[in-house]
Write a protein that binds this ligand. Sequence first.
Ligand code: AMP
Ligand code: MG
Length: 351
Amino acid sequence: MKTTIIRMDNENIDHKALEAAGKVIRSGGLVAFPTETVYGLGGDALNPEASGKIYAAKGRPSDNPLIVHICRVEDLFKVAGDVNEAAVKLAEKYWPGPLTMIFKKKDIVPFKTTGGLDTVAVRMPDNGIAAGFIKASGGFIAAPSANLSGRPSPTDADHVIKDLDGRIDMIIDGGPCIIGLESTIVDMTGSVPMILRPGYITGDMIKAVTGSVEYDPAVISDVPEDIRPKAPGMKYRHYAPKGELVIVRGGRDEVRSYICAGIDEDLKSGRRSAVLSADETKDDYKVAALVISVGARDDEDMIARHLYAALRRCDDENIEAIYSEDFSTPRIGQAIMNRLIKAAGHRIVEV
Ligand code: AMP
Ligand code: MG
């Protein structure tokens, strides 16, 4: 299949091109599009065949549900049942934005879109291109992240092209994503909102609106198999680079000694290694062939924005061993570390 690539930016939206993209969706095709979190791989959420194509293009297990993206808050009520007051308040406060809410699904949403579940995940992205594209497509776009299953999520159109060129109809290149981590997922079907996947919208931000919040235990656990996550996608290997990633936690000197000793060993055995560091510590690892700084320690937005591109760069450079510092920053550190720990297959060394 030939993949058409169209380019635009949020200050200069090409509505005619978005109409063409909408036409692709209406005829059952697939279009990758930018959002503020990561790039999504979109199909018509109300067309089971389109959802089937999304799973096939990504190589995604069919029990891993898709998120339904909307561009008008009122459209929520067409796909979701039992929308409670807390959800309405959260939508008022954080939509459009990086918050996905789970509700009882309405019949109009095919089971193919929800991975067989009777619930539906809904989000309204905060990105003008995404909003225009969803509107031109009829209002309901099913989309997971636009990467091959298991790979780090795409935060730039180049990442999408690398994974999906030739497998989908169209890619809208809208430049790099501002946030760089997937949305927060909150289950709204119980009496208290429950966070299934941490993201830019934190538990405190949700609690400030609803008065209470709970966490799926799998969100805070470092241990892989003991707890089964409620968001089906969280049980699969995710966000993973090809090289073996290990997170090294501890004081600066101890982390430096451990990583530099590891790199020495790698050099002796001919393994190509890399380090993910903060700006402040990037010169600690001079022995490494590749040191990627993801940002200053006090700029956690920057760290989040650069994380996936850093993991993908390791793949591009055929890196076999990756050592990462810990990025447990105050606000979105939980989301950053949730992704990094999964990418590391839960390999964490305390020094
Ligand atoms: P992705 O953003 O590519 O990881 O895909 C969407 C994520 O949303 C997956 O991790 C899904 O498990 C999660 N998700 C979508 N629908 C539901 C749902 N009804 N219940 C729980 N999690 C969901
Ligand atoms: Mg994904």
